[in-house]
Ligand binder design. Structure first.
Ligand code: FE
Length: 213
């Protein structure tokens, strides 16, 4: 690409250049019969409803109730996650990071926005933002405070930088007071942020309050 390609033009549309390009491409491919708009809708629908943090939550909840699964998860997260039969199998090398009272794990992609989308869905906007990507490394506790997360003084924070080849899934600590819950109920406590490291799972009491609202 040369500098000449970067010309500015005003097309008088509300859509961004990228949206216009996607729309034009979709129209041409549909007209030529290469793609079926209904199939595209199904893919978008899968991304919006079937592929999301609930997949990661199932992985975490299983690890909380099944010590053998947890061992396999920490050994080879790709294999362990795929053994649950999710809609979209994990393709990249997935590594599970266990939080403990001594160590809290935080995931970032300093370069761009690599994210374990097969288990967490599409990344939130803040994950892709420059401030998160730079500050997570320089001032992790400050970033966690921005998310309303205050860790005990003695807990160390370790930062993990995602790449195109390696993605990370945080295995948060099982919340207190959750001993009586079923695996399905436990999965409902697992938030997306708790699997990125910017949050903690909900407590059973929080979950109850949320459900009665
Ligand atoms: Fe990236």
């Amino acid at each position: 690409m040369t500098a000449d390609d970067h010309h500015v033009h005003d097309h008088g549309s509300e859509l961004s250049d990228m949206q216009l390009r996607v729309r034009a491409l979709e129209t041409i491919l549909t007209e030529k019969g290469y793609i079926d708009p209904a199939a595209l809708d199904a893919i978008v629908e899968a991304c919006e409803t079937q592929i999301g943090p609930h997949n990661g939550a199932r992985v975490v909840a299983r690890a909380w109730v099944d010590p053998d699964f947890k061992r396999r998860l920490l050994e080879d997260a790709t294999k362990a996650a795929n053994s649950l039969g999710h809609v979209s199998p994990v393709g990249a090398h997935l590594i599970a990071l266990e939080n403990t009272p001594e160590l809290h794990n935080l995931v970032v992609c300093t370069l761009c926005s690599c994210y374990p989308w097969e288990v967490l869905g599409l990344p939130p906007v803040w994950y892709k933002s420059a401030p998160y990507r730079s500050r997570a490394v320089i001032d992790p506790k400050g970033v966690l405070a921005d998310f309303g997360l205050k860790l005990p003084e003695q807990t160390k924070v370790r930062i993990w930088d995602s790449t195109a080849e390696t993605r990370f899934l945080v295995l948060p600590m099982r919340p207190e007071g959750s001993a009586e819950l079923s695996e399905e109920q436990l999965a409902e406590l697992v938030t997306r942020d708790s699997m990125v490291g910017t949050g903690l799972p909900k407590s059973p009491a929080d979950a109850k309050r949320g459900a009665s609202r």
